[in-house]
Structures are given as C-alpha cells and as structure tokens.
Design a protein around this ligand. Sequence first.
Ligand code: TRP
Length: 327
Amino acid sequence: MARVLSGVQPSGALHLGNYLGAIRSWVAHQHDHDAFYCVVDLHALTVDVDPADLRARTLDAVIDLVAAGLDPEVCTLFVQSHVPEHPRLTWLLECTASMGELRRMTQFKDKGAGNEGVRVGLFTYPVLMAADILLYDSDRVPVGDDQRQHLELARDLAQRFNFRYGDVFTVPEAAVPATGARVMDLQEPTRKMSKTGGTPLGTVQMLDSPEEIDRKVKKAVTDTDGEVRFDPEAKPGLSNLLELLAAATDRTPDEVATGYQRYGDLKRDLSEALVELLRPVRERRAELAADPGAVSAILAAGAAKAGAVASATYRRAAEAMGLVPAG
Ligand code: TRP
C-alpha cells in the first residue's frame, strides 16, 4: 500500500471546512493507504504561543481527529514532538538546504521576511516539514495550495540528498488530487470558511450543537432571485449550501439542486444533514474527552509506531552523511 502522510497544526477547534475539505479524506485514506497523521506541535512553536494553550490544543487536536474518524488501530496518529527524529533529521536537512531557497518560500516572505526579529524557527519551518515527510518514506502528501511550495522543497531536498549521499529518501508525490469540498463562509460566501478570517455566524464548528448548526444554516446568506441552481459565480451563497448538502450526502451539487423549489426547504434539509453528519463526531468526542487514559494510550501507541519507522530512516540518513553509529 502506498504511504500517505499529512500534518495538522494544533491551532484550535476544527470547523466544517476542515472536516469536509481535508479530515474526511484523511479518514478515507486510512483504509486504502498506509496512513501517517501527525499533530505538528513543534511547528506551532514558531510563533509565540502560551504553553498551557499549546498543551490543551495538542490534546484537543488528537481527540478531534479520532472523533472525526481516524482510527488509531488503522492509521498511525501521533504527536510530532514525541518522535525525536523529527528535529534530528531537520538538522541534517538544514545542512543541505540553502538560505536562498528558504528565503524564496512565500509563506516566510508573507510572515517574516525583512524583519530582523523574526524567529529562526519560522525561517526553517519548511525544513522541519520536509523532515516530517521524508522520515516516513511518504509516497503522497495531501496538502492545501498554501503548502505546495513547502512540499516542492521537500522533494528538492530529498533528490539533492539522494544524489549527494546515495538513495536514502523516497521522493514524495507533489499531492494527492483534492477530493474534499470547498466550503465557503455562510455569511460571506465568496471567502473560504476559515479559522482566522471568517465570521463566527458563518463558520460551522465541527463540534457545534444541533441548535447552533441549525441557527447558522438558517441565517446563511443567499440571494433574492429565488431559483435553486448551482452557479458559484452568480449565486455564491446558495451554491455553497448545495455544495455542502452534496458533500454531506455524497451527491453532486447539480443533483442536489434538482430536488428543490424553495431556499427554505434546502436549508432545512441541509441543517438536518449536517446535524446527522456531525452527531457521531460530537458523541465520540465527548466519550474520549471523558477518558484521559484512552487518550494517553493513543499517544503512546502512535509514538511507538511512528518512532519505529522514523528511527530507521534517520539512521540511514545519518550514516549516509558519515555520522558514526553509537553501537
Ligand atoms: N505546514 C503544514 C500547515 O501549516 C502542516 C504540516 C507540517 C504538514 N508538517 C507537515 C503538512 C507534513 C503535510 C505534511 O498546514
């Protein structure tokens, strides 16, 4: 089975856009891939973060992912800092990467370039991400568009390393095709649903109660022409609702559209479908949150499974570069 790896920052509550856009395909991939999913707490340290917040968010991220359907018996779900080979391989890769190529990373340019006070970790962030990917001989790495350049860097570093030191790393495929839905903010349907830029009323949280989901769907912005058809350009709000109902019920937006004359009926059905879609997630979440022992066991098992793969790859890389093994 091909190996897939992805990482998620522990940056707070997941919303419907994360769930339908990415997490649900992670859940699907765990069955047809050898899947590794990593909560990247070391990446979260590249900006100032409150220690108590980081601790809570890291645990929440693990619990949310399991609640969303990742099965720790099927995939390898782990926390990045639990596997010390991540920072160790990062150092080896940093010694093969150039300042110039890291300076060209657009995310760094947006966040920190030209500022002498910017953290070194923010600059080398993409090398840590490359280590995440290369440690597991990953064939495929599902990432959003904002991470494509980082993935290209991981490929470049792998190829350069293999050329200089011998065949150590699997060169990952640029991406798996995007299968997830593109979910827009319910209040501002020309913008993606987002943790930072979105409106609270337009953002359905993965763990919202049925009442909250219903309220947000009912208040979703549409238009006044009264015609139910899928046309994201002309009718962004209504089309988003169709896209959501399609994603929740495994149909296409056009198929969904044929069943409706009135916006209100569509909203009612969408609200019910989302409540049902997210109900098991919310229930599993509550069970797990009440069982810290189960969460610790998941963390320990994930660290052991990931660590076994990562330590073998690290050793290959270190020895290829001329580092002497300890024993
Ligand atoms: N940088 C990614 C993001 O911000 C998260 C990430 C870290 C990642 N390591 C990874 C994604 C490895 C894919 C593979 O979204």
